[in-house]
Design a binder for this molecule. Structure first.
Ligand SMILES: [Zn+2]
Length: 104
């Protein structure tokens, strides 16, 4: 009887840990995979594309202006499609990754 109570108490904890672990892996997979260098020319001069309503200089904080100037952030427009890319290479122009997670 005590054993059953133990299992009932431990099982949700294990499930929560699994959910957190999977969430952590998925988040880092989509956020960081391929973000360090371009998969085509191996350049490290790559930027992350951001989406959303963006009106240019008036929406920019100083940090954002610096990131846009240096190519670390690229305005991607306010519409996100299924195939909208996440990263952009400033050297060869390749864009890759997916802003939306795969629905597979
Ligand atoms: Zn490239």
């Amino acid at each position: 009887m005590k054993r059953i109570i133990k299992i009932i108490l431990i099982l949700p904890l294990i499930l929560i840990m699994i959910v957190y672990a999977v969430g952590y892996i998925m988040k880092h997979r989509y956020d960081d995979k391929g973000s360090d260098f371009c998969p085509r020319c191996k350049s490290e001069n790559v930027g992350k594309i951001f989406y959303g309503l963006y009106r240019g200089i008036e929406d920019e904080t100083p940090e954002m202006q610096e990131k846009i100037r240096s190519g670390k952030m690229i305005p991607g427009g306010c519409l996100i499609y299924d195939d909208s890319p996440r990263y952009y290479c400033n050297d060869c122009g390749l864009s890759w990754g997916r802003i939306l997670e795969s629905k597979k």
